[in-house]
Design a protein around this ligand. Structure first.
Ligand SMILES: [Zn+2]
Length: 222
């Protein structure tokens, strides 16, 4: 009862607007019905490589339009946009009946985290966990500071992220594998362009033999 009252009060005090067309929304949502329905569909991508036996990559939208704008807002430290992406990601999982034991955001290097103040992928992961039954775990780290992928081209992007991930210093790889083995694991990232970063991270996670490994990104270049 009190919870419902509090929700009504916050909705009255802090009304939300559709981030695309700016109309007033009756509930705390990110997009109004028509703008949500107008999001271009991005087909899921089934990846299989020599080192990754299975990986399905889902995307909320293409790397254009409103979802891309929200993802790019990290450049000016707009955590509110990251939370809005998280709510869209959570809705995506609920509508597709996706559920996982563990949700793992692709880690940022500590130096970039320090500058930005947050990891957009981790903010998204928390929203997904709240809406589904999964738990966010972050035993991995970006062990070296990589350059921004969009500043590079072709093979340089692959080299840039090669062996860029490892486990955090207070975890052992065996401990992480004991946690993830046989479990359903979702990796989360904001932007997917060539996929080198996500695949490099997945290559490490897959060594722990999860029963299922999927990834959800906010937007994917199609
Ligand atoms: Zn709208």
């Amino acid at each position: 009862m009190l919870g419902r009252l509090y929700k009504k009060l916050t909705e009255f005090l802090y009304p939300s607007f559709c981030v695309a067309c700016k109309i007033l929304l009756s509930h705390h949502q990110v997009l109004c019905g028509p703008c949500y329905a107008a999001l271009p569909h991005v087909p899921s991508l089934h990846t299989k490589t020599a080192t990754i036996p299975f990986l399905t990559i889902y995307a909320i939208g293409p790397y254009q339009g409103i979802v891309a704008q929200l993802a790019q807002a990290k450049e000016w430290h707009d955590i509110q946009s990251a939370r809005q992406l998280g709510r869209l990601a959570a809705l995506y999982c609920v509508q597709k009946h996706l559920s996982y034991d563990f949700i793992i955001p692709v880690p940022l290097h500590w130096s970039r985290h320090l500058v930005r103040g947050y990891n957009q992928a981790a903010v998204m992961a928390e929203s997904i966990a709240m809406a589904t039954e999964g738990r966010v775990v972050q035993p991995f780290a970006r062990t070296r500071a990589t350059k921004k992928q969009r500043s590079l081209e072709g093979i340089a992007r692959k080299r840039n992220v090669a062996h860029a991930f490892g486990v955090k210093w207070y975890w052992s790889f065996e401990q992480v594998c004991a946690l993830l083995e046989g479990k359903r694991v979702l990796l989360v990232d904001d932007v997917y362009t060539t996929g080198h970063t996500l695949k490099e991270f997945a290559r490490l996670v897959v060594e722990c033999k999860p029963a299922r490994l999927d990834a959800l990104v906010a937007c994917r270049v199609v």
